[in-house]
Write a protein that binds this ligand. Structure first.
Ligand SMILES: NC(=O)c1ccc[n+]([C@@H]2O[C@H](COP(=O)([O-])OP(=O)(O)OC[C@H]3O[C@@H](n4cnc5c(N)ncnc54)[C@H](O)[C@@H]3O)[C@@H](O)[C@H]2O)c1
Ligand SMILES: N[C@@H](CCO)C(=O)O
Ligand code: NA
Length: 432
């Protein structure tokens, strides 16, 4: 294409993120033109309903259409920017665009995590770019570093707080002593939690992001179905108090670890020491801690959600895709050569913090310790508090296969001397 011809984009979706993309395109038009070498123009905006009052949105109303596919197919569209979300329609649109050689910028973590392979294949077929920086940890530049800057190194682990809603809830529980329901209510009132918070609190959103991160970090296709997921609705004020007593806090973590030629990818609440770089990430912020063989530890921190921060990541991708269009080049394509095996959770090495209410009589500790020994789980620390009927044991293990830890807990629960298992939490990052 001629360098003077504008780069034209089809914007799909004009909600929280889409409206901010429109605003940034307008506010920064001159700078964007200078950086790209040609102006960016919106060819059309696909919306669900026409005629909605869009306030002072700086855009020509004639650009709106309800025909997303028709817009994508137009000859004057170079780039497709998808900020609608969902799986089926978005997959159809993006595959159509990519196969036709139109580069795609998307924030759609659900689609990337469920079926990123189909999109990458379509991008290769159409010799087009597929950028999705906004899909994980919103504004934080994270995917491009994993996809480009760290390609000379070997990533060994990615540990992240990638969901703002749950981080807000857990941070609030840690600072105020509130229970989950109370903290969720506060998050809803402040507009952090959605009306239906299931995807956030049950860890589905973080699991999608874990799949995307693991795929990039380990050069292996990992889908949401490969990710072990446990939400954070079971974390109690008591768990948080217990964590505090041990100099720890509780975070909902996405964890992707490489061991030999396998990877473990999981999302669950975990105790981490207050000295861990992720422990101080409060409010609705996100942060991702990347460990590599040569670079060592790297920390990425910032806003993982919100219209404008997310639009910043979308704009960065638009500029990259537009530049490539103009110069007739393509971003590095998907790297999935390593094809590492994803270990099921049972084989993943984890550590447990187990809090038990037990009978207080001679031999109880020995019996409990025996159950750990039988399952070849090594105990790191034991604390006992209370007396008589109130005796409480808090045990932290060394790392062991998760299946052995789960079997240990199951057997403990069946013992007469164990009155109840008050809580079981995984432990990460040297805590305990
Ligand atoms: N909001 C955030 O903070 C955030 C952060 C990171 C990623 N994302 C991702 O960005 C995407 C958009 O999120 P959002 O928060 O802007 O959602 P949103 O619900 O505010 O906006 C989506 C828009 O798409 C429109 N839409 C639905 N069906 C359509 C169709 N068939 N054709 C055209 N438009 C249609 C809806 O009417 C809505 O206006 C999602 O994939 C989301 O996961 C959002
Ligand atoms: N619901 C997500 C939005 C960003 O993906 C969060 O709370 O972080
Ligand atoms: Na990002």
């Amino acid at each position: 294409m001629s360098p003077t011809r504008p780069v034209r984009l089809a914007l799909l979706g004009c909600g929280t993120v889409g409206t901010e993309v429109v605003r940034l395109l307008h506010e920064q038009a001159d700078d964007l033109t200078a950086r790209i070498g040609a102006p960016l123009e919106i060819a059309g905006i696909a919306v669900r309903r026409l005629g909605r009052d869009r306030g002072d949105l700086p855009v020509d109303p004639s650009l709106f259409t309800t025909d997303a596919l028709g817009l994508i197919k137009r000859d004057d569209v170079d780039l497709v920017v998808e900020v609608v979300g969902g799986i089926e329609s978005a997959r159809t649109w993006l595959v159509e665009g990519l196969r036709a050689g139109k580069s795609v910028v998307t924030a759609n973590k659900a689609l990337l995590a469920e079926d990123g392979g189909t999109l990458h294949d379509a991008a290769a077929e159409g010799n087009a770019d597929l950028y999705y920086e906004a899909s994980v940890a919103g504004a934080i530049p994270l995917l491009r570093p994993l996809r480009e800057s760290l390609h000379g190194d070997r990533v060994t682990a990615v540990t992240g707080i990638v969901n703002g809603t749950t981080n807000f809830i857990l941070s609030s529980m840690a600072t105020t002593g509130a229970g989950f329901n109370e903290a969720l209510e506060e998050a809803t009132e402040l507009g952090y939690a959605e009306a239906d918070p299931t995807a956030d609190v049950e860890g589905f959103d973080a699991a999608a992001k874990a799949a995307i991160l693991a795929s990039l970090a380990f050069h292996t296709r990992v889908t949401a179905a490969d990710v072990f997921r446990e939400g954070m609705t079971g974390v109690t004020a008591g768990d948080m108090a217990s964590a505090k007593e041990m100099g720890c806090t509780i975070k909902l973590l996405c964890i992707a670890q490489r061991r030999d030629d396998t990877v473990s990818v999981r999302v669950h609440p975990a105790m981490i020491p207050l000295s861990h770089p992720l422990a101080g990430v409060g409010d609705a912020f996100n942060a991702v801690f990347v460990e590599t063989e040569a670079a060592g530890p790297l920390m990425f921190y910032g806003r993982g959600a919100g219209g404008r921060p997310t639009a910043s990541a979308v704009l960065g991708d638009i500029v990259a895709a537009a530049r490539n269009k103009l110069s007739g080049t393509r971003a590095p394509s998907e790297s999935n050569y390593a094809k590492l095996r994803v270990r099921p959770i049972g084989e993943s090495l984890t550590r447990y913090h187990i809090s038990l209410d037990v009978a207080e009589r001679p031999g109880v500790l020995a019996t409990v310790a025996g159950v750990f020994a039988q399952h070849e789980v090594s105990i790191a620390t034991v604390r006992q508090s209370g007396r008589a009927d109130d005796a409480k044991l808090v045990i932290v293990t060394h790392s062991a296969p998760d299946a052995a830890l789960a079997a240990t807990v199951e057997e403990l629960a069946s013992l007469d001397i164990v009155r109840s298992i008050a809580s079981v939490l995984r432990v990460e990052g040297g805590a305990g």
